[in-house]
Design a protein around this ligand. Structure first.
Ligand code: FES
Length: 141
């Protein structure tokens, strides 16, 4: 089978779908190749992500990976969220077909973009290295 049960589950019943009106950090990323867009909203209190929502205008794998990514960072510290890799999200979903790995990169980048927005808005210093582009290991180029 091409997609795991978990991918189907998160695609059919996405967790944390929607928008946070008074979000502390918002990240929007897009994939130039497929044109898909993902938006991530974070509510942060004392360095902890207390709420997270997302909106994805994209394929099923993008929806499933963003849904799983929100579950993986909710309740975690901002620093922990920054270490979330697309590979970890893919593993949590029991895998994705090779040509769909790039969709999971969008989820990682959306989380990072939202954290960066939070840092910028609050004047928190950070190492730009933490936000360098994911070179999409495992992606079919
Ligand atoms: Fe574009 Fe999946 S095909 S994110």
């Amino acid at each position: 089978m091409l997609y795991s049960e978990k991918v189907f589950d998160h695609f059919r019943n996405p967790r944390n779908l929607g928008k946070i009106e008074d979000a502390d950090g918002i990240g929007e990323v897009g994939n130039a190749k497929c044109g898909d867009i993902m938006k991530m909203y974070l509510k942060i209190s004392d360095g902890i992500i207390t709420d997270v929502k997302f909106n994805t205008f994209g394929c099923g794998s993008a929806i499933a990976t963003s849904s799983m990514a929100t579950e993986m960072i909710k309740g975690k510290s901002v620093a922990d969220a920054l270490t979330l890799s697309n590979q970890a999200v893919v593993e949590a979903l029991d895998g994705l077909p090779a040509h769909k790995i790039h969709c999971s990169v969008l989820a990682e980048e959306a989380v990072k973009a939202a954290v960066k927005d939070y840092y910028d808005k609050n004047g928190i210093a950070y190492d730009p290295e933490q936000f360098k582009e994911n070179d999409c290991e495992g992606c079919e180029k």
